[in-house]
Design a protein around this ligand. Sequence first.
Ligand code: UGA
Length: 428
Amino acid sequence: MKIAIIGAGYVGLTSAAVFASLGHSVWLLDKDKIKIKTLKSGRVPFYEPELPELLKKSLSKGSLKPTLSFSEAIPDADVIFICVGTPMSKNGEADLSQVFAAAESIAKQLKKYSVIVNKSTVPTGTTERVKNIIRKIAGVSFDVASCPEFLREGNAVYNTLNPDRIVIGTETKCAEKVLLRLHEKLPGGRVTTDIRTAEIIKYASNAFLATKISFINEIANLCEEVGTNVEDVALGMGLDPRIGKDFLKPGIGYGGSCFPKDTRALHLIAHSNSYTFKLLKAVIEVNQTQRRNFLGKVRRAVGDLKGKKIGALGLAFKNNTDDIRESAALNIIDWLIKEGGRVKAFDPKANANAKKNLPALTVCKKPEECFLKTDAVLILTEWPDFKFLPWTALKKKMRHPIVIDGRNLLDPIEMRKFGFKYISVGRP
Ligand code: UGA
């Protein structure tokens, strides 16, 4: 099939590369000239495993064509995906301006029947608004649809090639048939439904995963009070298939470009429909408190932060990405600096992005540098690399051998054997 994808971010670019690898002919549109130039040269503008290889393969076959031009990409397309950002606006709602701008640009170039699919995470009713925008401008028939995306950064290619489910929300049988055919080579369950339901499935999924994380963080806090081990509690809960073992890792609270934004947006969607989503409000609050709790642990371990030297391992919102959007690590570092702490940090991929966001931060070339004459070292992102540091040698470089592990990455018994005062989350 002929596909046009608008927006070359994690979702758009990964979908484009995957559809191209499945034999479809894909135009990838973005308004950012530098991004398109970068993509044409076979480079991915952010860190995402496996994506550069897939991009290069599709470019060399000619099945993926990055472009700035709607008039090049739209007229022939059978299916058009909108994959633009829906960032959080000042009041917490999703900012839909990029979605509506994409709809207008599509409408101006539509020359034949196409299915226009929204993949961006949007409040219920947005795809209908997209339809109304296009209907006013376009002179041909078309359908709109909603196919939310469930990929995780750091696993984007794998998740897109191996989806658990594909949700297809349509208004017509014709659009449903087109989209079922487009995805036929991909595994996973199919959920065919109406558009509004598809839109809410995405928010409900992210909100539920965020709830699991806030729940286990609360259990971790309780474990600290009663002297039990949250890792064993999570294992004991997670082996029940009704609960499931995933997303039960306690830590410093969830971050990233999705959970914080989507939980707030869903809470507001409920509010604007006169429904008080009490549980979700608590999930959001617990997440914020979890970051503060960690700051409290640092304060209790090192005393007044003024003038204290702190090493921080990890800046990205999770491992396997260079993304620092809504990163709990950066949030905590920012608080430490504001309280007078002097922070040296290292992240295998996110140093440059973090420095841009927080100029007061000193970034190191190697994790070892974060230990030099420091009063404590914090683990803020769960990069596996941090498990295998030469702890005995590093301890000697520190002013005080204190490690505060916000991700439960290390073994408490081992760390104490190395001679550290070791503090983690919900473990004795
Ligand atoms: C999330 C969802 O997992 C995807 O299914 C969804 O498609 C995506 O949002 C989106 O809406 O686009 P992502 O933001 O890439 O994916 O990251 P996750 O792996 O879900 O992690 C989110 C945050 O939760 C991270 O800060 C992570 O460290 C934290 N987390 C995750 C925990 O604290 N504990 C866990 O057990 C799992």
